[in-house]
Write a protein that binds this ligand. Structure first.
Ligand code: DX5
Ligand code: ZN
Length: 225
C-alpha cells in the first residue's frame, strides 16, 4: 500500500488558501483534505462547495472532502459537482449508510466512511466492500491541533486485519494529531493515507513541514517491512 500525505486545509491561512495548498502539494502532499463542518454534527463551522469549486481550478491532485455534517445526502451532489473526488461521511451521521455510500459512487466520487473515536470498527462490517477508504478519526472531530488518541492505533490495526482476512482493498486513512511524533506509529499500525493539518500549516514553512512529515512516514514504512 502506498503511503500518501493528505494535507488538511483546516489549519491553513485562508487568505492564502490556493497558494498554501499548492505549497503543501509541492512538499509531497498527493491528496488535499477539505474539512466540511456544519455547526450541528460538530461544534464548528468551516467551508462548503464554493471553496471546493475554487480550489478545483488551481489544484491538480484529488480532493478528499470529509463531511462532518448532518444529512450528508442533501449536499453530496453539490460537492461532486463542485469537483470533489473523494467524499467521506460519518457512520454516526448516516441512518442509511449503504444508500449514502451508493449515492456518492453514483455521482462519480470515491466513497469513504469515517469513524469517531468512540465508534468501534465493527460498525462497518457490512459496508467494507463498498468503500474506497475508511477514515479513522484519531481526535474528536471539529478542530485542528488536538492531541492524538492512542487507541486509534488499535482501530487502524483491526481494520488492516479485517481487510486482509476478507481480501478487500479499501484504504486506511487517519485524521487528527498526526505529526512527527505520531506518524511513525500510525504507519506501523497500518494507515496509509495520512491527514495532517496543524503539522503542515500550523507554523513555519509549509513545503518543508510536508516534506519532513512524509519522509518520517516513509522511514517508518521501511521499519514496518
Ligand atoms: C478535525 C479534522 C481534521 C483536522 C486535523 O475534525 O477532521 O482534518 O484538520 O487537524 P490536525 O492535523 O491539526 O489534528
Ligand atoms: Zn478531516
Amino acid at each position: 500500500m502506498k503511503i500518501e500525505l493528505v494535507p488538511s486545509i483546516l489549519s491553513s491561512d485562508f487568505s492564502q488558501l490556493g497558494a498554501q495548498a499548492q505549497q503543501a502539494i509541492e512538499g509531497g502532499g498527493s491528496v488535499l483534505h477539505v474539512d466540511v463542518m456544519d455547526g450541528h454534527f460538530v461544534p464548528n463551522l468551516t467551508v462548503g462547495p464554493p471553496v471546493v469549486r475554487s480550489l478545483r481550478k488551481v489544484i491538480q491532485v484529488p480532493m478528499d472532502c470529509h463531511l462532518m455534517i448532518e444529512n450528508p445526502d442533501l449536499f453530496i451532489p453539490e460537492f461532486a459537482e463542485a469537483g470533489a473526488d473523494w467524499i467521506s461521511v460519518h457512520q454516526e451521521a448516516c441512518v442509511h449508510l449503504d444508500r449514502t455510500l451508493h449515492l456518492i459512487s453514483s455521482h462519480g466520487c470515491k466513497p469513504g466512511v469515517v469513524l469517531n473515536p468512540a465508534t468501534p470498527v465493527e460498525m462497518l462490517t457490512e459496508v467494507l466492500d463498498l468503500v474506497h477508504h475508511v477514515l479513522v478519526m484519531s481526535v474528536n472531530p471539529g478542530f485542528g491541533g488536538q492531541k492524538f488518541i492512542p487507541n486509534s492505533l488499535n482501530k487502524i490495526a483491526a481494520l488492516a486485519r479485517m481487510r486482509a482476512e476478507r481480501k478487500l482493498e479499501f484504504r486506511i486513512e487517519v485524521d487528527g494529531g498526526v505529526d512527527l511524533t505520531t506518524v511513525g506509529d500510525v504507519v506501523k499500525a497500518g494507515a496509509e493515507l495520512l491527514v495532517a493539518g496543524n503539522a503542515v500549516f500550523g507554523h513555519g514553512d509549509v513545503r518543508t513541514n510536508a516534506a519532513k512529515l512524509l519522509e518520517a512516514a516513509r522511514s517508518a514504512t521501511l521499519a514496518r517491512a
